[in-house]
Structures are given as structure tokens and as C-alpha cells.
Design a binder for this molecule. Structure first.
Ligand code: FE2
Ligand code: FE2
Length: 179
């Protein structure tokens, strides 16, 4: 049986895993491999975002010093979901595919930094506020296992946003193409 991790250790382990997958994508050359890696990245990110949004962030609310960090986190998650959704509905042959993966990785890097920043990040503030990290870790692990089982092998459902209200976007002509 795997050792039980507290909430922060577990969320940090997820961050490292996805960073590693983004690195693998950077060196991947063949298209099936790229597609498989993107599916893995999107699955990891969707599961991670869901457990933070359903469990970790609500636990932090009312406890941490800078609550606006939570609002920003929801908006950052939703921004990432737009790219995740784009990637899930396209493939390595699509224009801008690699660029979308790259920009997604940069957005996640920024977001992870805000969660992990020593002393002032969301995680540090949760620890300082005395959140029961062992108990929350168990809840996170339970929900994560459930979601992974749900997504296993199947299509990922469209990511659910929490702060974005679903305003429509209209695709214009790609820059440089005849109108
Ligand atoms: Fe996170
Ligand atoms: Fe997050």
C-alpha cells in the first residue's frame, strides 16, 4: 500500500508529474506519441484541478490570509481549461497544436509557482493557517482515485469551468490568410 501523503505533498507530486510530461512532450517527435502525451497531460490536469476546486480550495477559504489567491487560482484553472479543451478536440496535425501545449505548460508553471511559493504561496498559507493536511490529503486521494477510474481509457469530458461563464468566442481568419 502506498504511503499516505498529506495534502500539500500530494498536490506537489501531481505538479512534478505534469512537469515531467510536458518535458517529454518537448522531446517527442512522432505524432501518436505526442497525442498520447497530451491526453495524459490533460487527464492529469483535469483530475488535479477538480480535486483542488472541490476539496482543497474550499478548505482554504476563510482560513488563509490572502483570499484573493483563491479567486485567481480558479480563473487560472479556467484559462488552462480553454487550452485543454482545444487540445482534446484537435490533434498533432492541427495548426498551433505544439504552440498550445507550450503555452499551456507556461500557464501551469506560473500557476504552480503561485501555489508553491515559499512563505507566501497558497500552500504555505494553508499550512500556516493550520489546515488539517493529513485529513484533507486522504479526501484528495479518495476523490482522485474515483476520477481516474471514471476517466480511465475513455474520452475526457469537456472541462467544467468555475469562474468562466462560457461566453462564446468567434474564430476569425488566421493571420496572413486571404480573407
Ligand atoms: Fe495545483
Ligand atoms: Fe491549482
Amino acid at each position: 500500500m502506498a504511503q499516505k501523503l498529506d495534502a500539500i505533498a500530494m498536490l506537489k507530486a501531481d505538479h512534478r508529474k505534469v512537469e515531467d510530461l510536458f518535458e517529454k512532450f518537448e522531446s517527442a517527435r512522432d505524432k501518436p506519441r505526442k497525442k498520447a502525451l497530451v491526453l495524459e497531460i490533460c487527464t492529469e490536469l483535469c483530475v488535479h484541478a477538480t480535486i483542488e476546486e472541490e476539496i482543497f480550495y474550499p478548505v482554504c477559504k476563510g482560513e488563509i490570509k490572502e483570499e484573493e489567491l483563491l479567486d485567481e487560482a480558479y480563473v487560472e484553472h479556467d484559462s488552462a481549461k480553454v487550452l485543454i479543451s482545444e487540445l482534446l478536440r484537435s490533434g498533432p496535425d492541427s495548426e498551433f497544436y505544439d504552440a498550445k501545449v507550450k503555452v499551456l505548460s507556461e500557464m501551469i508553471k506560473h500557476h504552480v509557482k503561485e501555489e508553491e511559493a515559499p512563505g507566501k504561496g497558497l500552500f504555505a498559507q494553508a499550512r500556516a493557517a493550520g489546515v488539517d493536511l493529513a485529513a484533507v490529503g486522504e479526501q484528495l486521494a479518495g476523490r482522485k482515485a474515483e476520477l481516474l477510474a471514471e476517466f480511465n481509457g475513455g474520452d475526457l469530458p469537456p472541462p467544467e469551468t468555475r469562474s468562466f461563464t462560457g461566453h462564446e468566442l468567434v474564430q476569425g481568419h488566421p493571420v496572413g490568410s486571404p480573407a
